[in-house]
Write a protein that binds this ligand. Structure first.
Ligand SMILES: [Cu+2]
Length: 161
């Protein structure tokens, strides 16, 4: 009897472990391929007073019209903790780009460049902004916030599938 219970307990443990693992996997890569086939896609990216984006990877489909909403959930001003979203074309070094951006304070830290696919305006705590653009060809692209010093923690990959 005891042995039987023990086996039952063991298998219960095993089942819940597997269930947990599956949950976690699906949360990390839960991109429904059907969504990437539609004409347009909505993305939401949050930023905060701790100099962080809430996502390190954004995935869209080739040629989709992308509407991206950037929220700043913090309280700090645009002058001290401003955030933007800048999507760079391939072949640009995002670190060097962020260096150049520090010189472009008068233009909300967006330097003159033909390598910018899309960018939002700079926002402060409590603000939101939205942009719409067409997803580029398949591949991996870099996105970042160009506010001085933010590149170190505010960057990620924009994947076009
Ligand atoms: Cu920022």
């Amino acid at each position: 009897m005891f042995k039987k219970r023990f086996i039952l307990l063991l298998s219960l443990c095993f089942i819940s472990l597997v269930a947990c693992k599956n949950d976690k996997n699906s949360a990390e890569t839960s991109i429904d391929p059907e969504i990437l086939k539609q004409d347009s896609i909505q993305l939401t990216l949050n930023s905060d007073d701790k100099m962080k984006f809430d996502q390190k990877e954004l995935v869209v489909g080739e040629g989709q019209m992308v509407t991206l909403t950037l929220h700043h959930t913090g309280k700090m001003s645009k002058e001290t903790m401003g955030h933007n979203f800048v999507l760079l074309d391939q072949g640009v070094n995002p670190s060097k780009f962020s260096q150049r951006a520090t010189q472009a304070k008068d233009n909300d830290y967006i330097p003159e460049s033909d390598k910018i696919i899309a960018h939002t305006k700079l926002i402060g705590g409590g603000e939101s902004t939205e942009i719409t653009f067409k997803a580029p060809k398949k591949g991996s692209y870099d996105f970042l916030c160009t506010f001085p010093g933010h590149y170190a923690s505010m960057r990620g990959k924009f994947i076009v599938q």
